[in-house]
Write a protein that binds this ligand. Sequence first.
Ligand code: TYM
Length: 336
Amino acid sequence: MENTAAQRKPRVLSLIQPTSVPTLGNYLGALKNWKKMSADNDCLFGVADLHAITVRQEPAQFRKQSTEMFALLLAIGLDPEQSIVFMQSHVPQHAQLGWLLNCYTQFGEAARMTQFKEKSQKHADNVNVGLFAYPTLMAADILLYQANFVPVGADQKQHLELTRNIAERFNGVYGSTFTVPEPYIGQVGARVMSLQNPTQKMSKSDPNPKASVMLLDTPDQIMKKFKSAVTDSEAVVRCAPGKDGINNLLAIYTCCTGKTMEEAEAEFAGKGYGEFKTAVAEAVIEELRPVQQSFERVIGDKAYIEECMKKGAESASRLAQRTLSKCMKKIGFKQI
Ligand code: TYM
Protein backbone atom coordinates (compact mmCIF):
# COMPACT_ATOMS: atom_id res chain seq x y z
CA MET A 1 0.00 0.00 0.00
CA GLU A 2 1.27 3.44 -0.93
CA ASN A 3 1.85 5.78 2.06
CA THR A 4 -0.33 8.87 2.13
CA ALA A 5 1.35 12.24 2.58
CA ALA A 6 0.21 12.34 6.22
CA GLN A 7 1.76 8.94 6.97
CA ARG A 8 4.95 9.52 5.05
CA LYS A 9 8.15 9.76 7.07
CA PRO A 10 10.36 12.75 6.30
CA ARG A 11 12.47 12.12 3.24
CA VAL A 12 16.21 12.54 3.68
CA LEU A 13 18.74 12.64 0.85
CA SER A 14 22.45 13.24 0.56
CA LEU A 15 25.33 12.40 -1.78
CA ILE A 16 29.11 12.27 -1.56
CA GLN A 17 31.67 12.58 -4.34
CA PRO A 18 33.94 9.59 -4.99
CA THR A 19 37.01 11.74 -5.53
CA SER A 20 39.07 9.84 -2.92
CA VAL A 21 38.61 7.84 0.25
CA PRO A 22 36.44 10.09 2.48
CA THR A 23 38.10 12.12 5.21
CA LEU A 24 37.23 12.20 8.87
CA GLY A 25 35.52 15.51 7.96
CA ASN A 26 33.20 13.78 5.49
CA TYR A 27 32.50 11.14 8.11
CA LEU A 28 31.76 13.37 11.09
CA GLY A 29 30.13 16.15 9.04
CA ALA A 30 27.91 13.95 6.91
CA LEU A 31 28.18 10.14 6.86
CA LYS A 32 27.73 9.63 10.60
CA ASN A 33 24.51 11.64 10.46
CA TRP A 34 23.34 9.66 7.43
CA LYS A 35 23.57 6.46 9.44
CA LYS A 36 21.79 8.06 12.41
CA MET A 37 18.98 9.47 10.27
CA SER A 38 18.48 6.26 8.31
CA ALA A 39 16.77 4.61 11.28
CA ASP A 40 13.61 6.70 11.28
CA ASN A 41 13.42 8.52 7.96
CA ASP A 42 12.74 7.58 4.39
CA CYS A 43 16.30 7.91 3.05
CA LEU A 44 18.24 8.04 -0.19
CA PHE A 45 22.04 8.16 -0.13
CA GLY A 46 24.25 8.23 -3.16
CA VAL A 47 27.66 8.48 -4.76
CA ALA A 48 27.88 11.74 -6.75
CA ASP A 49 29.98 10.38 -9.62
CA LEU A 50 28.54 12.82 -12.18
CA HIS A 51 29.73 15.69 -9.98
CA ALA A 52 33.20 14.18 -9.74
CA ILE A 53 34.03 14.68 -13.44
CA THR A 54 33.97 18.47 -13.04
CA VAL A 55 37.61 17.74 -12.19
CA ARG A 56 39.55 15.44 -14.56
CA GLN A 57 39.53 11.79 -13.37
CA GLU A 58 41.73 8.93 -14.51
CA PRO A 59 39.19 6.33 -15.82
CA ALA A 60 40.41 3.15 -14.06
CA GLN A 61 40.99 4.99 -10.81
CA PHE A 62 37.62 6.74 -11.05
CA ARG A 63 35.80 3.41 -11.55
CA LYS A 64 37.63 1.91 -8.57
CA GLN A 65 36.99 4.86 -6.29
CA SER A 66 33.30 4.99 -7.19
CA THR A 67 32.90 1.31 -6.29
CA GLU A 68 34.85 1.79 -3.08
CA MET A 69 32.75 4.77 -2.08
CA PHE A 70 29.58 2.77 -2.67
CA ALA A 71 31.03 -0.08 -0.57
CA LEU A 72 31.88 2.41 2.17
CA LEU A 73 28.28 3.57 2.30
CA LEU A 74 27.30 -0.03 2.97
CA ALA A 75 30.18 -0.35 5.46
CA ILE A 76 29.06 2.60 7.58
CA GLY A 77 25.87 0.64 8.13
CA LEU A 78 23.43 1.97 5.52
CA ASP A 79 21.07 -0.92 4.88
CA PRO A 80 19.98 -1.22 1.24
CA GLU A 81 16.80 -2.98 2.42
CA GLN A 82 15.89 0.07 4.47
CA SER A 83 17.36 3.03 2.51
CA ILE A 84 17.91 3.57 -1.19
CA VAL A 85 21.67 3.53 -1.79
CA PHE A 86 22.61 4.40 -5.37
CA MET A 87 25.13 5.72 -7.87
CA GLN A 88 24.09 9.03 -9.37
CA SER A 89 25.12 8.06 -12.93
CA HIS A 90 22.86 4.99 -12.80
CA VAL A 91 19.83 7.28 -12.61
CA PRO A 92 19.69 9.34 -15.83
CA GLN A 93 16.96 11.61 -14.48
CA HIS A 94 19.61 13.55 -12.51
CA ALA A 95 21.27 14.86 -15.67
CA GLN A 96 17.87 15.47 -17.28
CA LEU A 97 16.48 17.54 -14.41
CA GLY A 98 19.87 19.22 -14.06
CA TRP A 99 19.48 20.59 -17.59
CA LEU A 100 15.96 21.83 -16.94
CA LEU A 101 17.05 23.58 -13.74
CA ASN A 102 19.92 25.32 -15.58
CA CYS A 103 17.20 27.21 -17.39
CA TYR A 104 15.68 28.38 -14.09
CA THR A 105 18.96 29.55 -12.55
CA GLN A 106 20.52 32.91 -13.22
CA PHE A 107 24.13 33.14 -14.37
CA GLY A 108 24.86 35.59 -11.54
CA GLU A 109 23.49 33.23 -8.88
CA ALA A 110 25.75 30.39 -10.01
CA ALA A 111 28.73 32.72 -10.36
CA ARG A 112 28.38 33.74 -6.69
CA MET A 113 28.96 30.22 -5.37
CA THR A 114 32.04 30.19 -3.15
CA GLN A 115 32.91 26.64 -4.11
CA PHE A 116 32.85 27.56 -7.81
CA LYS A 117 35.20 30.48 -7.16
CA GLU A 118 37.55 28.33 -5.06
CA LYS A 119 37.61 25.42 -7.50
CA SER A 120 38.13 27.70 -10.53
CA GLN A 121 41.20 29.08 -8.81
CA LYS A 122 42.48 25.66 -7.87
CA HIS A 123 41.91 24.15 -11.33
CA ALA A 124 42.61 27.26 -13.40
CA ASP A 125 43.44 25.14 -16.47
CA ASN A 126 40.02 23.43 -16.46
CA VAL A 127 37.27 25.87 -15.51
CA ASN A 128 34.63 23.89 -17.40
CA VAL A 129 30.91 24.59 -17.77
CA GLY A 130 30.18 21.55 -15.60
CA LEU A 131 32.02 23.16 -12.71
CA PHE A 132 29.84 26.22 -13.13
CA ALA A 133 26.62 24.18 -13.37
CA TYR A 134 27.63 21.91 -10.45
CA PRO A 135 25.04 23.46 -8.05
CA THR A 136 22.13 23.05 -10.46
CA LEU A 137 22.94 19.34 -10.78
CA MET A 138 23.08 19.19 -6.99
CA ALA A 139 19.68 20.93 -6.87
CA ALA A 140 18.37 18.27 -9.26
CA ASP A 141 19.71 15.49 -7.01
CA ILE A 142 17.70 16.88 -4.13
CA LEU A 143 14.53 18.09 -5.85
CA LEU A 144 14.04 14.89 -7.89
CA TYR A 145 13.22 13.03 -4.69
CA GLN A 146 11.17 15.74 -2.96
CA ALA A 147 13.65 15.59 -0.05
CA ASN A 148 12.68 17.34 3.18
CA PHE A 149 16.13 17.23 4.82
CA VAL A 150 19.65 17.15 3.43
CA PRO A 151 22.37 16.18 5.95
CA VAL A 152 25.58 17.94 4.89
CA GLY A 153 28.62 19.68 6.34
CA ALA A 154 28.62 23.47 6.69
CA ASP A 155 30.48 23.91 3.37
CA GLN A 156 27.37 22.85 1.42
CA LYS A 157 25.01 25.37 3.01
CA GLN A 158 25.26 27.86 0.15
CA HIS A 159 24.40 25.17 -2.41
CA LEU A 160 21.37 24.26 -0.32
CA GLU A 161 20.24 27.88 -0.27
CA LEU A 162 20.50 28.02 -4.05
CA THR A 163 18.50 24.78 -4.29
CA ARG A 164 15.77 26.33 -2.15
CA ASN A 165 15.71 29.44 -4.33
CA ILE A 166 15.42 27.39 -7.53
CA ALA A 167 12.61 25.28 -6.04
CA GLU A 168 10.70 28.34 -4.85
CA ARG A 169 11.13 30.06 -8.19
CA PHE A 170 9.89 27.04 -10.13
CA ASN A 171 6.96 26.54 -7.76
CA GLY A 172 6.15 30.25 -8.12
CA VAL A 173 5.89 29.98 -11.90
CA TYR A 174 4.20 26.57 -12.28
CA GLY A 175 2.51 25.91 -8.93
CA SER A 176 3.68 23.48 -6.27
CA THR A 177 6.09 21.01 -7.92
CA PHE A 178 9.11 20.63 -5.65
CA THR A 179 9.40 20.22 -1.88
CA VAL A 180 11.62 23.04 -0.59
CA PRO A 181 14.40 21.20 1.32
CA GLU A 182 16.04 22.12 4.63
CA PRO A 183 19.74 21.56 5.24
CA TYR A 184 20.51 19.38 8.26
CA ILE A 185 23.85 20.50 9.66
CA GLY A 186 25.03 18.88 12.91
CA GLN A 187 26.17 21.11 15.78
CA VAL A 188 29.58 19.52 16.18
CA GLY A 189 31.55 18.02 13.33
CA ALA A 190 29.89 20.22 10.70
CA ARG A 191 33.25 21.71 9.85
CA VAL A 192 36.22 19.52 10.70
CA MET A 193 39.39 21.49 10.07
CA SER A 194 42.76 20.54 8.62
CA LEU A 195 45.16 19.13 11.22
CA GLN A 196 47.98 21.20 9.74
CA ASN A 197 46.13 24.46 9.12
CA PRO A 198 43.13 24.54 11.44
CA THR A 199 41.67 27.68 9.85
CA GLN A 200 40.97 25.64 6.68
CA LYS A 201 38.50 22.77 6.34
CA MET A 202 39.82 19.23 6.16
CA SER A 203 39.61 18.33 2.49
CA LYS A 204 40.06 15.20 0.38
CA SER A 205 42.15 17.17 -2.08
CA ASP A 206 44.64 18.65 0.42
CA PRO A 207 48.12 17.87 -0.97
CA ASN A 208 49.60 17.59 2.55
CA PRO A 209 48.87 14.01 3.70
CA LYS A 210 49.29 14.99 7.37
CA ALA A 211 46.40 17.47 7.11
CA SER A 212 43.58 14.92 6.72
CA VAL A 213 42.67 11.66 8.40
CA MET A 214 41.22 9.29 5.80
CA LEU A 215 38.54 6.78 6.71
CA LEU A 216 40.74 3.82 5.77
CA ASP A 217 43.94 5.03 7.47
CA THR A 218 45.59 2.46 9.74
CA PRO A 219 45.62 3.09 13.53
CA ASP A 220 49.31 3.87 13.25
CA GLN A 221 48.76 6.49 10.55
CA ILE A 222 45.91 8.04 12.54
CA MET A 223 48.04 8.27 15.69
CA LYS A 224 50.93 9.88 13.79
CA LYS A 225 48.67 12.45 12.14
CA PHE A 226 47.12 13.52 15.44
CA LYS A 227 50.50 13.66 17.16
CA SER A 228 51.72 16.11 14.52
CA ALA A 229 48.52 18.21 14.60
CA VAL A 230 49.11 21.96 14.87
CA THR A 231 47.97 23.44 18.22
CA ASP A 232 49.08 26.56 20.15
CA SER A 233 51.50 27.50 22.90
CA GLU A 234 49.01 27.98 25.75
CA ALA A 235 49.11 24.31 26.77
CA VAL A 236 45.56 24.40 28.18
CA VAL A 237 42.90 22.10 26.70
CA ARG A 238 39.90 24.42 26.44
CA CYS A 239 37.56 25.58 23.71
CA ALA A 240 38.09 29.31 23.10
CA PRO A 241 38.31 31.83 20.25
CA GLY A 242 41.71 31.79 18.55
CA LYS A 243 42.54 28.25 19.69
CA ASP A 244 41.64 26.79 16.28
CA GLY A 245 43.77 23.65 16.53
CA ILE A 246 42.54 22.69 20.01
CA ASN A 247 38.93 23.62 19.19
CA ASN A 248 39.10 21.29 16.21
CA LEU A 249 40.58 18.42 18.23
CA LEU A 250 37.96 18.93 20.95
CA ALA A 251 35.17 18.88 18.36
CA ILE A 252 36.54 15.64 16.90
CA TYR A 253 36.88 14.12 20.38
CA THR A 254 33.35 15.02 21.48
CA CYS A 255 31.91 13.79 18.17
CA CYS A 256 33.63 10.41 18.51
CA THR A 257 33.01 9.86 22.23
CA GLY A 258 29.57 11.46 22.62
CA LYS A 259 30.93 13.54 25.55
CA THR A 260 30.02 17.21 25.91
CA MET A 261 32.59 19.97 25.47
CA GLU A 262 32.52 20.64 29.25
CA GLU A 263 33.13 16.97 30.04
CA ALA A 264 36.04 16.86 27.63
CA GLU A 265 37.59 20.04 29.04
CA ALA A 266 37.25 18.69 32.59
CA GLU A 267 38.81 15.38 31.58
CA PHE A 268 41.94 17.07 30.25
CA ALA A 269 42.25 19.84 32.86
CA GLY A 270 45.88 20.05 33.95
CA LYS A 271 47.00 17.59 31.27
CA GLY A 272 49.37 18.35 28.42
CA TYR A 273 48.65 18.46 24.69
CA GLY A 274 50.60 15.23 24.11
CA GLU A 275 48.24 13.23 26.30
CA PHE A 276 45.21 14.97 24.80
CA LYS A 277 46.28 14.30 21.21
CA THR A 278 46.82 10.61 21.99
CA ALA A 279 43.33 10.39 23.50
CA VAL A 280 41.78 12.06 20.43
CA ALA A 281 43.62 9.66 18.11
CA GLU A 282 42.45 6.67 20.17
CA ALA A 283 38.85 7.87 20.08
CA VAL A 284 39.04 8.22 16.28
CA ILE A 285 40.66 4.80 15.88
CA GLU A 286 37.84 3.21 17.93
CA GLU A 287 35.19 5.13 15.99
CA LEU A 288 36.56 4.01 12.61
CA ARG A 289 37.45 0.43 13.53
CA PRO A 290 34.01 -1.13 12.86
CA VAL A 291 33.65 0.82 9.59
CA GLN A 292 37.06 -0.39 8.40
CA GLN A 293 36.33 -4.01 9.36
CA SER A 294 33.00 -3.90 7.61
CA PHE A 295 34.57 -2.29 4.52
CA GLU A 296 37.06 -5.17 4.24
CA ARG A 297 34.15 -7.63 4.16
CA VAL A 298 32.00 -5.68 1.69
CA ILE A 299 34.73 -4.76 -0.81
CA GLY A 300 35.61 -8.44 -1.23
CA ASP A 301 32.09 -9.24 -2.43
CA LYS A 302 31.77 -7.62 -5.86
CA ALA A 303 28.59 -9.54 -6.70
CA TYR A 304 26.85 -8.18 -3.61
CA ILE A 305 27.97 -4.62 -4.40
CA GLU A 306 26.62 -4.86 -7.95
CA GLU A 307 23.37 -6.36 -6.76
CA CYS A 308 22.95 -3.44 -4.33
CA MET A 309 23.79 -0.94 -7.07
CA LYS A 310 21.13 -2.40 -9.37
CA LYS A 311 18.53 -2.42 -6.65
CA GLY A 312 19.36 1.19 -5.71
CA ALA A 313 19.25 2.35 -9.33
CA GLU A 314 15.83 0.81 -9.91
CA SER A 315 14.26 2.22 -6.78
CA ALA A 316 15.79 5.67 -7.20
CA SER A 317 14.86 5.82 -10.87
CA ARG A 318 11.23 5.00 -10.15
CA LEU A 319 10.92 7.89 -7.69
CA ALA A 320 12.97 10.27 -9.84
CA GLN A 321 10.86 9.66 -12.93
CA ARG A 322 7.69 10.74 -11.13
CA THR A 323 9.13 14.17 -10.38
CA LEU A 324 10.80 14.54 -13.76
CA SER A 325 7.55 13.76 -15.62
CA LYS A 326 5.58 16.13 -13.43
CA CYS A 327 8.09 18.89 -13.97
CA MET A 328 8.30 18.39 -17.76
CA LYS A 329 4.53 18.36 -18.08
CA LYS A 330 4.29 21.65 -16.21
CA ILE A 331 6.91 23.29 -18.41
CA GLY A 332 4.89 22.22 -21.47
CA PHE A 333 6.92 19.42 -23.04
CA LYS A 334 4.76 17.31 -25.38
CA GLN A 335 4.16 13.96 -23.67
CA ILE A 336 3.73 10.71 -25.62
P1 TYM B 1 31.68 16.21 -0.77
O1 TYM B 1 31.84 14.94 -1.49
O2 TYM B 1 32.73 17.26 -0.90
O3 TYM B 1 31.54 15.93 0.78
C1 TYM B 1 30.59 14.99 1.28
C2 TYM B 1 29.98 15.50 2.57
O4 TYM B 1 31.00 15.76 3.54
C3 TYM B 1 30.86 17.08 4.06
N1 TYM B 1 32.21 17.58 4.39
C4 TYM B 1 32.59 17.99 5.60
N2 TYM B 1 31.93 18.05 6.77
C5 TYM B 1 32.62 18.50 7.85
N3 TYM B 1 33.91 18.89 7.81
C6 TYM B 1 34.63 18.86 6.66
N4 TYM B 1 35.90 19.21 6.65
C7 TYM B 1 33.96 18.38 5.48
N5 TYM B 1 34.34 18.20 4.20
C8 TYM B 1 33.25 17.72 3.54
C9 TYM B 1 30.21 17.86 2.94
O5 TYM B 1 29.55 19.01 3.42
C10 TYM B 1 29.25 16.84 2.37
O6 TYM B 1 28.05 16.82 3.12
N6 TYM B 1 28.36 18.69 -3.49
C11 TYM B 1 28.50 17.67 -2.49
C12 TYM B 1 27.97 16.31 -2.92
C13 TYM B 1 26.57 16.33 -3.41
C14 TYM B 1 25.41 16.46 -2.59
C15 TYM B 1 24.31 16.38 -3.49
C16 TYM B 1 25.21 16.63 -1.23
C17 TYM B 1 26.17 16.18 -4.69
N7 TYM B 1 24.79 16.21 -4.75
C18 TYM B 1 23.01 16.48 -3.02
C19 TYM B 1 23.89 16.73 -0.76
C20 TYM B 1 22.81 16.65 -1.66
C21 TYM B 1 29.99 17.50 -2.20
O7 TYM B 1 30.82 17.85 -2.98
O8 TYM B 1 30.25 16.85 -1.07
